[in-house]
Design a protein around this ligand. Structure first.
Ligand code: SF4
Length: 757
């Protein structure tokens, strides 16, 4: 507060951390950042911020910020400072050499849900149309690819249908696989407020193998063995069908049942037969914990009969070898009961990063999708993008590039010779990370990292390029509820740090020269010479939104910079026109009873109620998805489940929050949470040092003994970058065959006390 009182100017923007997208104001004193505050009239956060949001101004002034390009020819050498001219020349030379000698598939870009949309868009454009590779990937593969798969397979269109505003109209919350209270605290505050204001009318169900601050407000906490939630969700559907709690008209008018790889259409009767394997009794046996047939019946009834039910989930469902299926099964409950497409009823996946939706999901930041949700492999859509970019047809390869685990496996195998990692640290965030760090450390792999601080990944780089941070550059973030918000450059970055859009443009121009390829130049031609603080990102945003976003419902044509700057809360897509965007965009993209593609007049009358189901058959799909457990279950040798997750004080790899003294003080190091019964059995006391060992390696962590994890399970937060406590050294890299998202949430481990007071 004292610092806020000092500020002589406040500038609006959006929080740099989680996917909630809280609106903030940065306080400046004599042009220097001194505080951040919330704004009471903001629609996302109503003025509230969590500690991370309030403190991120400290990053801007931090003495450890990267300020000069750093280079070393060999990874054994020390870095030396070089000029931007030299740095970009080296980066271009190394990528050009790899392409010449080994072909376009020997280079790759690995980006981030923290990069601005303009950055992701331009990187992927240069890689795909310039260097002719779809090796464009990003860290959202590690957190929300299964949610994408779930939305696409259930609804035919990605991203949540409703908005945060549904919270204030919901009567039942089903929070599964999400510790929302810590990972999305300001949004959770709205859920909590709704519950506290209406304690009798509002019912909260939390489904999670671990007791967390989220479960503490729940009317029912379903605690089940990790990886058994598919059985639980099918059993809830069983009860809904058996007790005829489904919405017959909704199913008849809007839904079809499908099964298998071929998406075979089946009848409701066949679906009922499928569900017969998931009686509450059988599910209770599979799930263990506190799950009983009666509790399954209770929550299924509450879910179905509440005036409006809203589900939330995140990594607990997504980071699984059947994450897409788990997503489908939550959607199924909404489709069966018609708890969708009306106020307060929604199936809403939460997002971890501030721009995973806007930049990576929508802007073409994954190996299989082009901007505007266009699959790479569809010839017509690929050619459409080539035409819109003005590059020759056939320039973008038809085959998707490497997904994350495949990309770093290709690095391990020496198939990728040059990789650019932007604004993320896979040397800490990948599962079974030691395996992939070996590849990044190879002398024959040229590694460029663009970031604001040294990280575990910069330790393995050849070239480290300092980038501008939030408020030091201009660009757009798209948060979890399809809301695009702009943050405009207000202060200068430290030293010689530069915005990524400048870096990629200059690099592309050098690449074009070295490869003597005018098409590479063409990818950045519209942006040559533009001033990097505003004009350059604006031109990139204009190209992206005006040319590429109207393919599906992800329509941002109305959300120009001019409009976004007039709209403090940003704009929710679809927003096809400026007039539409100036009203805030679209609150809910499917509305019950309205199929606008079939009924154009209805759309004109009700412009806030937009596109209908996006599958070609105009239906929403209820999937028959069987129960499947984890890739690695506990056994005699490794008898515990190890699960990983997040805490409120830190974020991702702690490259930022670990440098904010208040946050570090609040939670200085990771620990292993052990259930008291297990601790007693193994003679482990609070604070003892405990060996946590899996088939892949070992960590040593202090014990926290409490009733959080259920018996037979331990939990470690993954943020800590200290080698002995970095839990991704032991997690497993098995992944979902559909989404390719790894199963961070479950593997088998053993624990042993090794020392103590
Ligand atoms: Fe930032 Fe998320 Fe906290 Fe909001 S809840 S202030 S977006 S970290």
């Amino acid at each position: 507060e004292a610092q806020a009182a000092d500020a002589d100017k406040w500038v609006r923007g959006v929080c740099r951390f989680c996917g909630v997208g809280c609106r903030v104001e940065l306080g400046l004193k004599n042009g220097k950042p001194v505080a951040i505050r919330g704004v009471p009239d903001s629609r996302t956060n109503y003025g509230f911020l969590c500690m991370k949001g309030m403190l991120f101004y400290q990053i801007m002034n931090h003495p450890e910020r990267l300020k000069k390009p750093l280079y070393r020819a060999s990874k054994k050498d020390k870095f030396k400072e070089i000029s931007w001219e030299e740095a970009l020349d080296i980066a271009a030379e190394k990528f050009a050499q790899a392409v010449k000698n080994y072909g376009p598939n020997s280079v790759a870009y690995y980006g981030s849900g923290q990069a601005l949309t303009e950055e992701t868009y331009l990187f992927q454009k240069v890689m795909r149309a310039g260097l002719r590779t779809n090796n464009v990937e990003g860290n959202p593969r590690l957190c929300m690819a299964s949610a994408v798969g779930g939305y696409l397979t259930s609804f035919g269109a990605d991203e949540p249908i409703g908005s945060y505003a549904d919270i204030e109209q919901a009567f039942c919350f089903f929070i599964i696989g999400s510790n929302m209270a810590e990972a999305h605290p300001v949004l959770f505050r709205r859920v909590m407020r709704r519950k506290l204001d209406n304690p009798k009318e509002v019912f909260v169900i939390n489904a999670d193998p671990r007791v967390s601050p989220t479960s503490r407000i729940a009317d029912v906490h379903l605690q089940f063995k990790p990886g058994t939630d598919l059985a639980l969700l099918n059993a809830m559907a069983y009860v809904i069908v058996e007790e005829k709690l489904y919405d017959e008209n909704f199913i008849k008018n809007y839904c079809v049942f499908r099964v298998g790889k071929n998406k075979k259409k089946v009848s409701f009767e066949e679906y009922k037969k499928f569900l017969a394997a998931y009686t509450p009794e059988r599910a209770a046996e599979i799930c263990g914990g506190n799950i009983t047939p009666d509790i399954i019946r209770l929550v299924a009834r509450k879910f179905a009969t509440s005036p409006a039910t809203m589900s939330f989930w995140t990594m607990g469902l997504n980071q699984r070898i059947r994450g897409v299926w788990a997503n489908n099964l939550v959607h199924n409950l909404h489709l069966l009961t018609g708890q969708l497409c009306r106020p307060g009823a929604d199936s809403f996946s939460l997002t971890g990063q501030p721009n995973a939706c806007g930049g990576v999901r929508e802007g073409g930041g994954l190996c299989h999708i082009l901007p505007g949700h266009r699959p790479v492999k569809v010839d017509k859509l690929r050619h459409q993008v080539e035409d819109l970019w003005g590059v020759p047809r056939g320039r973008i390869p038809a085959k998707p590039g490497y997904h994350t685990i495949a990309m770093f496996s290709a690095v391990n195998e020496g198939k990728i010779k040059a990789i650019w990692i932007n604004c993320t640290s896979p040397a800490q965030s990948l599962p079974h990370v030691d395996k992939y760090r070996k590849g990044m450390a190879r002398e024959d792999v040229f590694l460029v990292v663009t970031d604001i601080f040294p990280t575990k990944t910069t330790e393995l780089a050849n070239l480290v390029l300092p980038t501008a941070f939030h408020f030091e550059k201009t660009g757009v973030y798209g948060c979890t509820e399809r809301r695009s918000q702009i943050t405009v450059k207000t202060i200068d970055p430290p030293g010689e740090a530069k915005p990524e859009v400048w870096i990629v443009r200059e690099w592309a121009l050098k690449l074009a020269e070295k490869l003597n390829d005018p098409v590479i130049k063409k990818t950045v031609e519209p942006f040559i010479g533009l001033e990097e603080g505003f004009a350059l990102p604006k031109a990139i945003w204009d190209e992206y939104t005006q040319k590429l976003t109207a393919h599906r419902d992800n329509d941002l044509r109305g959300a120009t910079y001019e409009v976004l700057m007039q709209m403090p809360d940003g704009v929710q897509w679809p927003a096809p026109t400026k007039e539409w965007a100036l009203k805030g965009g679209t609150y809910k993209k499917f509305v019950r009873g309205l199929d606008p593609l079939a009924d154009k007049e209805a759309v004109d009358e009700k412009p806030y109620q937009f596109y209908g189901p996006a599958h070609k058959d105009r239906k929403l799909w209820i999937w028959l998805r069987p129960y499947k457990g984890a890739a690695e279950e506990p056994d005699a040798e490794y008898p515990f489940y190890l699960s990983t997750g997040r805490i409120i004080d830190h974020w991702h790899t702690t490259s930022m929050t670990g440098r904010i003294k208040e946050l570090l003080r609040a939670n200085p190091y990771a620990y292993v949470e052990i259930n008291p019964k297990d601790a007693k059995r193994l003679g482990i006391n609070p604070g003892d040092m405990v060996l946590v060992e899996t088939r892949r390696g070992r960590n040593i962590l202090p014990a926290k003994v409490y009733e959080g994890p259920m018996e037979g399970m331990v939990f470690v937060y993954w943020h800590d970058m200290h080698e002995e406590r970095m839990i991704n050294r032991v997690t497993k890299d098995a992944f979902d065959p559909g989404s390719k998202e790894p199963e961070f949430k479950i593997c088998a481990c053993r624990i042993k006390r090794i020392s103590g007071p």
